[in-house]
Write a protein that binds this ligand. Structure first.
Ligand code: GLU
Length: 446
């Protein structure tokens, strides 16, 4: 990393002690920006990097709620409003026991660049709680969401901050959150949350968008080398919203997806994952993926405590969570002949693993580009809400496809321009940075 980044990084480390995921996300972006600062000194002169690493506002709050047994429980809620130079703060809420300020901040930081890359008018933010929805009843989840929103609502608004889902927050939770926001404010402010149900202001394709978008990005990337999904063996990690729709789209394009996983292990299904069974097990029953293998009845096996990557495949789509693919996984994948990796999750590949892929010259799409289809479709939902309109599935899906190819081309062109053709990590970081940085310069010292 260039000398001029060192003091800025040191300040980030000092101001945000122990927040290792945030440090990792900042380092990764800084690693790409050397050539930009060399070419455009105005960013350093105006301390744009120092400003971009410091969230505009950070909110931490108590979330008290009562479980089914009548016990009072306390969780911690967060919303990090990172950057609003391009539009209202925009980004999901994550409910998971691992959530703390460092996770929210890394996600918010990534979101700033991702949202910029989409070309849509959205700033970056992220929030969530250390609440663990696993094993909680409907009533408990509802009361938790209501309590969470009872504090958060004062910070939100369709022109201010617009949350959506992330891990542990799907359509059900968005419904409870929106219901509470509406009660407190006495406003049917559709544009305050995205990922809503389609009958009450949600957008078609939003559910599928992150997974579909990841595969569409990978398809574009494969095309640059004359390849496609057709007939390829595909490994997907995770079995949540992103993974399910990545599998569905990869299959539509002729890929054979043989693996998916959850926190307990993975299933290997050599005949190809049955998406409707996976949806039934994970989304309807909210059960372990082990149940999928038991019910499939075709020799599919559940491998406890292991990651999918050892199964070997041509295309790898990490769609579970941060740092789920490390150096040894990367070696396994490379030994198995992987040709492309596209991140459906946020920062799933460790920096060491990313370096191995890049040295090997395989195609690698970072999450902030490859998984931007979710938030981009959230922006399409906001457009529909603002115009009190509802678009068809096909129209919305075509918009998503055009956005994903726009992001792909922007990353590729930027990487070419800065002398690193094929480096989508640098292309995404630089293209994402330039748009936000220019807006920040234009808005004065903000
Ligand atoms: N949580 C998603 C992401 O990581 C979506 C955010 C949104 O739709 O606002 O981009």
């Amino acid at each position: 990393m260039k000398a001029q980044f060192e003091p800025i990084l040191e300040q980030v480390l000092r101001r945000n002690p122990g927040e290792i995921e945030f440090h990792q996300a900042v380092r990764e972006v800084f690693d790409s920006l050397g050539p930009v600062l060399a070419k455009h000194p105005q960013y350093a002169d105006a301390a744009v990097l120092e400003r971009i690493c410091e969230p505009e506002r950070q909110i931490i709050f108590r979330v008290p709620w009562v479980d089914d047994a009548g016990h009072v429980l306390i969780n911690r809620g967060f919303r990090v409003e990172f950057n609003s130079a391009l539009g209202p703060f925009k980004g999901g809420l994550r409910f998971h026991p691992s959530v703390y300020l460092g996770i929210v901040k890394f996600l918010g930081f990534e979101q700033v660049f991702k949202n910029s890359l989409t070309g849509m008018p959205i700033g970056g933010g992220k929030g969530g709680s250390d609440f663990d929805p696993r094993g909680r009843s409907e009533g408990e989840v509802m009361r938790f969401c209501q309590s969470f929103m009872t504090e958060l609502y004062r910070h939100l608004g369709e022109y201010t901050d617009v949350p959506a889902g992330d891990i542990g927050v799907g359509g059900r939770e968005i419904g409870y959150l929106f219901g509470q926001y509406k009660r407190i404010t006495n406003r049917y402010e559709s544009g305050v949350l995205t990922g809503k149900g389609v009958s009450w202001g949600g957008s078609l394709v939003r559910t599928e968008a992150t997974g579909y978008g990841t595969v569409l990005f990978a398809e574009q990337m494969l095309r640059t080398r004359g390849m496609s999904f057709d007939g390829r063996r595909v490994l997907v990690s995770g079995s949540g919203n992103v993974a399910i729709y990545a599998i569905e789209k990869a299959q539509q394009l002729g890929g054979k997806v043989v693996a998916a996983s959850d926190s307990r292990g993975f299933v290997l299904d050599e005949q190809g994952i049955d998406v409707s069974l996976l949806k039934q097990v994970k989304e309807v029953e909210r059960a372990s993926i082990e149940v999928y293998a038991q019910r499939r009845g075709n020799g599919a096996v559940f491998v406890p405590g292991e990651r999918v990557w050892a199964a070997g495949g041509d295309i790898a789509l990490p769609c579970a969570t941060q740092n789920e693919l490390d150096e040894s996984d990367a070696k396994n994948l490379l030994n198995g002949g992987v040709v492309a990796i596209a991140e459906g999750a946020n920062m799933p590949t460790t920096p060491e693993a990313t370096a191995l892929f890049q040295e090997a010259g395989v195609l690698f799409a970072p999450g902030k580009a490859a998984n931007a289809g979710g938030v981009a479709t959230s922006a399409l939902e906001m457009q529909q809400n603002a115009s009190r309109d509802a678009w068809t599935f096909d129209y919305t899906a075509n918009r998503l496809a055009a956005i994903m190819s726009g992001i792909h081309d922007r990353c590729a062109t930027t990487a070419d321009e800065y002398g690193q053709p094929g480096n989508y990590v640098m292309g995404a970081n630089v293209a994402g940075f330039l748009k936000v940085a220019d807006a920040m310069l234009a808005l004065g010292v903000v």
